[in-house]
Each structure stands twice: as structure tokens, then as C-alpha cells.
Design a protein around this ligand. Sequence first.
Ligand code: ZN
Length: 408
Amino acid sequence: MRSWSSPEVPSIADSGLGAGPVVRVHDTATQRLRSSDPTQTARLYVCGITPYDATHMGHAATYLAFDLLQRVWRDHGLDVDYTQNVTDVDDPLLERAQATGVDWTELAEREIELFREDMTALRIIPPANYVGAVETIDLVVDMIDQLDERDAVYRVDDDLYFDVHADAGFGSVSGLTEDAMLQIFPERGGDPDRAGKKHPLDCLLWQSERPGEPSWETRLGRGRPGWHVECAAIALEHLGTNFDVQGGGSDLVFPHHEMSASEATVTTHEPFAQAYVHAGMVGYEGEKMSKSKGNLVLVSKLRAAGHNPMAIRLALLAHHYRSDWEWFGEEIAVAEERLAAWRAAVSRPVAPSGSAIVEAIRAAMSNDLDAPSALAAVDEWAEDDAAADPQAGRTVRTAIDALLGVKL
Ligand code: ZN
């Protein structure tokens, strides 16, 4: 699938300041910060959208978090191999298409295009491999065959299920107890009570054709892939095993990332990813912002209302990616003021030391992508009226662009 166009990412090293530090990120599986320092190329998988509605601030915050990670890796001198999927056939998409009388492929296409436009406006680095579920059917079928060879697949009616206990390490991503898993599973698409399952937590791999729904003719019969195996198959195909970071919103920890990791591990006998990194949830009017609740603040609406995308980006950067936070409308005005102050500050002919502030931004961002601390450091530099460095404006502009993705 076509990705979106990449923003230019300038090199701080070209300003004579060398390479940035190794990044440390919080790994959900171990509940610790861990250094991510691959030899040459960092491999990243981030779960993409189900395209049935427009990009809201919660999505934007998640994709921004992994954009920041790529920027810190790049500043350290690494290449980044980034894959993201689009779940372009799934229940919520089909339900929305049916409810609104729109063809499901048209709905998906329209929302994916809007997502591309939002990501481009926010200067989010695109994946090299942007892959849809629909174009992945053969890969998923191959993976289910391999799981079957390992006795990890069974049939319930004409649907295929993954036996989660085929993976001795099941549960190691989320660290949840079985009771906690059983509570969350039905809230996030699982079907613990379906008759005929060996274990309530076993998850759907292949859904046989349902009347009026799209399906594909395969050697597994007519049907369509489950969500977890879709991501596992795409990640293994494009990144291989044990890639550096599996990312997404914190609502994907269980069951989605747990299941994908188990399915991949049973298939390959290798770890799926080295670290599982999760972005917090964005709330609005007292609840998690979600399509199903309908309490959405849309990036496209903010843009249409005339807000500068760089101010939207700054409003998001003011929150640490791991924190859960609530969107209040006035944040955009604060971000617009900050943008204006920074623009004025980098335009000064002589400013306080550029190398010190670059070091502060690098230190903050390599410490679990601590954007709020980086913003505070730039604010302080912008307010400081010591005239010491005629190169500082240009250097700081480059660093803000390279590490925070804000073009001044
Ligand atoms: Zn996924």
C-alpha cells in the first residue's frame, strides 16, 4: 500500500555536534527502561489504524511517539526499518460501512487517505512498508499453516483458533494474570464464551465466510484473517524475528500484542520483539477518546479550523508519550504561543549557547522520549537573553526539527 511522503529530517551531526546518545525506552514486558542500540538498522513495527473514521488526537499521539523514537535512533546514526499495517478489513470497518450505506472498500480508502494527509501535515515519518490486511491474505494463510504444523491450531465450526498454551511464554508481554486477561479479553474483541473453544483466551486466526461480508478463497476455505495474526505475519515478513520495538497504544498490550507475539514465537521459535513500547491514552470530556464512544477531537478538523499543524504537534509534545492525559481545547492556543516564541528566539542574530541546548534536548529525548522536558529546555533557552553564540539560532532550529519534528 502507498505510504505518505516523508518530512526532511536534518542532521544535527552536520552542525559539528557529533552523534546523539543511545535511546532508552520503557519496555512493557519487563516494566523497565532498556537501551535500544542496534548495530546498524533499528527495526520498528507499529500497529496501524482500522480505517473507519478519521485520525483523532489519540492516534496522532501514538504515531508521534514512534516518530520521536525514529528521530532519536537516526540522531544516534542508525538507519530505521519501519513497518506499519492497516487493518483494512475487520468488524468495525464492515459495521460502519453497513450502518452508513457506504461500500467498505471506499470507506477504507477514504479514511486511509485522510490519515495520510494528517500524518503528512504533522510531519510524522512514514513507514517504509505500509501494508494492508487485504494484501496480506496469502502471508496469513502461510503462517496459519505453520502454526498448524506445530499443533497450535484447532477448528470451531469453520473458524480457526490459536491455542495460546502452545506458547510457554504466553502472558509475558502484558504480565497480566489469567483473571485480568479474562476480564479484558471480551472488552477488546475477544470471545471467551464461545462454545467449542479449548480455552476461553484462545483467539481467532481465521474467520470463515459470513453472509454479506467480504471473504477470500484460500486453502483454509473462504474467509478472512484475524487481527492478531495479521500483524504477526506482516511484522515477520518485513522485519524478521526479534526486531527492536513493537509499538502501539496501551490498549493494544492485551490481547493484541500478547497474541501476536505468541503466534510469532510458536511459528518461528524465536522472540518476536526485543521491546514492547506503548503510548498512553488521550481522554476528552472525561473518557478515553475513541471511535466507538464518538468523543473525538480530529486532527483534520483542527487543521480545517486553521490551526498550524506544528502547533498541533507541539500540543501533543507537551505530554509524555506514556502518560494518559486529557485534551482540553485551550492547549492549542498555548502551543501556538510557544511556536511563535520559538520562531522569534531562533531568529535572533546572537543567542545563548546552541551546543548546550542541543545537548539538553538530546538528553531529554534519549531518556524515554521525554518531550515535555525537551520543550521546557527550549522555553528556557528562548527566554534567556544572553548573547553568546551567533550560530545558535541555526543550530537550535536544526535540533528542534531533527529531534522534535517541529519546523520553525
Ligand atoms: Zn497490530
